[in-house]
Design a protein around this ligand. Structure first.
Ligand code: NDP
Length: 276
């Protein structure tokens, strides 16, 4: 019997998740149907309830509902609790389990696909919104020498530093972009939404260390403004967020179906779609 899953967001028409999960289903032989659902901004819980009433087994949650998904979850994984944001719902008898697979997706893309070691490296995370929150714990699990969280509104970076300090070993620092002058980082992750509007956070020159990887969670046709800047500034390697998108989806699929799909062919398919 076919099991139903969905991604719920607003807007949602642009979502690549139905395509990704259709590929996973084809590849693994799992009998699932996965749809995109547009929820009115003031009716996320009602949208989840009606999907569940129609036989839904679980859902992905995207902008702007990750905090609300956290609120309606009756059980949270540690990483969702730490992030205070949920992107994967599993409907269980009597409740809803909430998880956050964004960080695991990012770290898997960086380590397994891009073969970049995080351990003992200097990592800069730009941004302090929902996406940044979701990746801090998974990054810390790989023991960077330093995890610097920088944000336009410095106060929010400070709040995240405090929130996650118990998971680090004194290696988390917070900063405004101007504070980073003179510093160098091996891995620079853009978790801001600046690229969506063609903007660039006010990064000082010279922050990319030799051999550094610049990673933008955003993806677009061609290089994002952040990746263009990183290239000009001498970053050795550039990556956009397509790999993270597919890896977080694979992690959700694993939670729902108990099988981890192969991600490489799906990443390759999407990368060639965005490039064309
Ligand atoms: P939020 O709205 O929660 O946070 C936005 C962040 O961007 C804030 O830190 C904000 O700073 C900062 N920001 C926005 N504009 C600028 C600017 N012009 N200069 C400097 N900083 C800026 O968004 P999310 O955290 O949910 O999403 C961030 C990005 O991550 C999006 O592009 C999203 O598409 C992407 N993403 C990708 C995923 C993937 O799988 N590839 C998964 C999840 C997210 P301030 O606090 O000062 O306002």
């Amino acid at each position: 019997m076919t099991d139903f899953y969905a991604v719920i967001g607003n807007p949602i028409a642009h979502s690549k998740s139905p395509l990704i999960h259709a590929e996973f289903s084809r590849q693994t032989g799992q009998d699932i149907r996965y749809e995109a659902i547009l929820a009115p901004v003031d009716a996320f819980p009602a949208t989840v309830s009606s999907f569940r009433a129609r036989g839904g087994k679980g859902a992905n949650v995207t902008v702007p509902f990750k905090l609300e998904a956290h609120k309606i979850s009756t059980r949270l994984t540690e990483r969702a609790q730490a992030a205070q944001a949920v992107n994967t719902l599993v409907f269980e008898p009597g409740g809803i389990a909430g998880d956050n697979t964004d960080g695991a997706g990012l770290v898997r893309d960086i380590r397994a696909n891009l073969k970049f070691l995080i351990k003992a490296r200097r990592v800069l995370l730009m941004g302090a919104g929902g996406a940044a929150r979701g990746v801090i714990l998974p990054l810390l699990e790989h023991k960077p020498q330093v995890l610097a969280i920088a944000n336009r509104t410095k106060q929010k970076a400070c709040e995240l530093q405090q929130l996650f300090s118990r998971y680090g070993n004194g290696n988390i620092v917070s900063a405004a972009y101007a504070d980073l002058a003179g510093e160098k980082f091996d891995l620079v992750i853009n978790a801001t939404s600046a690229s969506l509007r063609g903007e660039l956070p006010a990064l000082p020159a010279g922050i990319f260390a030799d051999g550094s990887l610049a990673y933008d969670m955003m993806y677009s046709d061609g290089l994002t403004p952040f990746l263009q800047h990183a290239k000009q500034q001498g970053a050795a390697r550039l990556a956009d967020g397509i790999g993270m998108l597919v890896e977080q989806a694979a992690e959700s699929f694993l939670l729902w179906r108990g099988i981890r799909p192969e991600t490489a062919p799906v990443i390759e398919m999407l990368a060639s779609c965005t490039a064309s």
